[in-house]
Every structure is written in C-alpha cells, then in structure tokens.
Write a protein that binds this ligand. Sequence first.
Ligand SMILES: [Fe+2]
Ligand SMILES: [Fe+2]
Length: 391
Amino acid sequence: MHKQNRTHPAIEHEEFGASHDDGLQEQWRRVVGRRSFLKGVGLAGAAALPGSAIFADSAAADGGALSKGDVAILRLLAAIELIESDLWQQYNELGGVNGGNAAYTAALANLDGDMPQYISDNTDDELSHVAFLNAYLGSKGAPPVNLDEFRTLPSSKATGAKQTGRLTNLMALDVDTSWYVRYRSGQDPDLGAHFPQAVTIRRQPAIPVNDSDTPPANPAPVPPKNPQESRMQAIANTAGFHFAYIEQGGSSLYSIMALKATSLEVLRIIVSIGGVETNHFSLWHDKAGNAVAQPLAGVTDPRTGVTFPDLNAKGGDLNQTNLILPEPCAFLHRSLPPCSIVRPTLDQLGGAVATINSFTADRLFEGQSPKFFRTVHELAREADAASRGRV
Ligand SMILES: [Fe+2]
Ligand SMILES: [Fe+2]
C-alpha cells in the first residue's frame, strides 16, 4: 500500500561498494596525509583510533579549535535537533511508513497519499542532523548535547506508539499558524508587521491520544461521517499545520545562526542543514493547505471545537491555499524592492531564545521540569550571544 522507506545509508554503501570504497580511500589518504605532519604517530597508531579521534587530530592539525560562539551555536542547534527528532519520532511511530496506527495514517493520507513517506524521511533527516552536529562537536573537543535525562513525558496510549519517555508533548498543542499568513504577505515581520492566525488551534492533539478516543481500525472517509472520524481527521489536520510550524521555525533559526558563525566550516554546516529545514517547511506548507481546501475543508473536532475552515472560500491572497512559495516582502529597508526570503531574520523574532519561547507557547514542552527549561534557555542565551569574529 505504502511505498517502502528510502534506502538506509548503510545499505546504499553496500550497493555502491566500489565507488564508496574509493571515497573512503580518498578520505583515508587525506587523513593520513594530514596526520603525517603529526610527530610520532604512525599509520598503525592511526588505524587503532576511532573515526572521531582521527578527525579531531586532523582538525587540531589545521588549527581547528572552535570559538566559544561557534560551540554555543552548534550546541543549541543540536538541542533543537534533539527536540525535533523526539517529536518527529512520535509522528513516525504512528503515521510514518511503518507507522502503527492505521486510522491516523489514513487521516494523514487525506492531506496527501505520500504523507507516511514524507514523515519517515523528515524523521530520518532530523536524526541525521543531531547525530552529525554532536559528532562534529565531539570531533572538535567540544561537549555534545544530551537531553536524555529530560525524556520524562508520557507517550500516547494509542496503538502504534512506543511506551517510552519523551522530550516533547504532542497531545494538547497551541499551534501558531501565523506563518501561513506571514509567508503570503508582502509585509516583513522584521520591520514590525504582525500576522493573524490562519486557523485557530488551541489545546489540540496532533497525534491520537488513545484507542477509545480514536479507534485505530476506523476508516477515514472524506468528509468524516461520525464524531470519532472527525476527531481523528482534526488530529491529522493539526499535525499537518504543526509540521509546517516546526520547520518554518527551523528555517529562520538556521538563517539567524548563520550570521553569528565565525568558522567558515561551521557556517557551511549551518547553511547546509538550514536549507533542508526550509525544504521541509515548503513541503509541509503545501500539505497543510489541503486541510483547509476542498474536499477536506470544514472538519471540526467534536471535543475541542477546533475547526479547519475552507480558506479558499474566504478569498484573497492571504488565504489561497496553493500560494505556498514565499511572497516577496519588504526586506532590510522599504526603499529596496520586495524580495522573496525566509523570514523573520532578527534574533528577537526567530533566534534561539525566541525559538524556545515559541516552542514553549506551542505547549510542546507541557509537563517538562524547571531544570529542562533552565537547560534549554541557557543553551539558547549562549547561542544568541555568539557573535561573528569573536574568538
Ligand atoms: Fe533538523
Ligand atoms: Fe527540521
């Protein structure tokens, strides 16, 4: 029924063994070449070291210690990626390619038949981001980020969800949907523009909560025919808007952090991962629109009253669901021509502290400990304080 998940990188390595081996050989020659400058370390010694240690040595040979600011930026981004990974894993368990909740998957598929594939791929991407950022930090002798002690929040009790501690809570979200209007508007948030909510989503689950609320064997007709089907469709629609909300936040955060990087390599990491966050946002922006377009528009959650109206019926560019590419807007100065950009671009609107505050207002951390908030706010403050060129 669903397409297989994309090939795991480890399998690709086997399939393309010859060229991958060539790549490894080349990488190895570069590492050994650098290490030949290090006194007293022979090839046998190098081979005994794990990869990260070799990389650390080669970085040290390049004089590659990171500035305090670059470490702070990467540590904050690693924390954000851990948070993203945690929430995406919850979505993936229930509605991904191997998702265990058929009714949720069917309701998501009403937004787009490929939703399970996209959810699994987005999850893979976030896991790769956190693994890379933490490995890179370690390779530079900087401490990686570990939030395991805060995996204390309960899992959904619905069929498909693993019973394990979570960092994030997807069961009563206040989803900010103003991004939908912001990206259709010619106004720039950095120049003071404010945007209304496209859809009002308050205290609404984005994943099924338990099987008596939303039975996992239920169908997902369009439109839903009974209260349980409406409830599940409203939950799936909320997920659609939440996906885009999370990823537009990541898009601005990475853009803003890039401005603070000192090392060219750290800048390369930030813009390279940041581009994928924007790629994610663009995809989810398109899917969310299908919740508020015909034939699906008009679903109301019978428990919360959250409604997904027909935005196209409202009329106007700020509502039209297929206007998913960023409208050119004022940028830097109103005397300059409008420009299609990722926005906001200012610390106070989309920087590290602003992102944590936005996720908190989203109720993503509902139930977390004071120590969790202290930890993520400290990481965020240090990242916002980073400044390009300061060692
Ligand atoms: Fe990410
Ligand atoms: Fe992301």
